[in-house]
Write a protein that binds this ligand. Structure first.
Ligand code: HEM
Length: 148
């Protein structure tokens, strides 16, 4: 038995794991709920469809999307968001960094897309907390998409 101010490493790891889990989901909702709150894959597909309309209307980013394969984009982004939200999907699209590298995506464009994703979730009545949780999982893609 180790006494004193220092916790044995195994106990420290357990304490940290519990603390970090608490940070990720401060309420009682289990993390699996996010996928449900987005309306499962059907709901996510609707969100992505609405996102596409918002992209077309947004002069900050619509030129970059001109001429893309809309069906493929819809399918891949839906699978990606489904997977990120904890759903039973597998993203089979191209590598995020390679795909966006030539586009020289700016901060303004990245923020515009994130903003439109929030608007699309709003239109689909996704609770604000779930919106924020999805955003928190999308934002780590920032360095790859910005090619930093
Ligand atoms: C939250 C940020 C973003 C995410 C999660 C994201 C995700 C994706 C995904 C999953 C695809 C489909 C990949 C595939 O079909 O293999 C895609 C394609 C694309 N993204 Fe992004 N993207 C983001 C930001 C942006 C921004 C800011 C721009 C430019 C303004 C952009 C421009 C494009 C374009 C033009 C395509 C289609 C490329 C093609 O089919 O040739 N993306 N993105």
């Amino acid at each position: 038995m180790i006494h004193g101010r220092h916790l044995p490493p195994i106990r420290l790891a357990v304490v940290l794991a519990i603390f970090l889990a608490g940070c990720q989901s401060p309420s009682t909702a289990p993390s699996g709920d996010l996928y449900q709150q987005l309306g499962e894959r059907t709901g996510i597909a609707r969100i992505v469809e609405d996102l596409l309309f918002l992209i077309v209307e947004d002069d900050r980013i619509n030129l970059a999307f001109k001429g893309i394969d809309v069906h493929q984009f819809h399918q891949h982004l839906t699978d990606q968001l489904c997977q990120l939200s904890g759903g039973p999907c597998t993203y089979t699209g191209r590598d995020m960094r390679e795909l966006h590298a030539d586009m020289k995506v700016t901060d303004t464009q990245f923020n515009a897309l994130a903003e439109n994703l929030v608007l699309a979730m709003e239109q689909n009545r996704v609770p604000t907390r779930a919106q924020n949780r999805l955003l928190a999982r999308v934002v780590p893609l920032y360095p790859a998409i910005r090619d930093l």
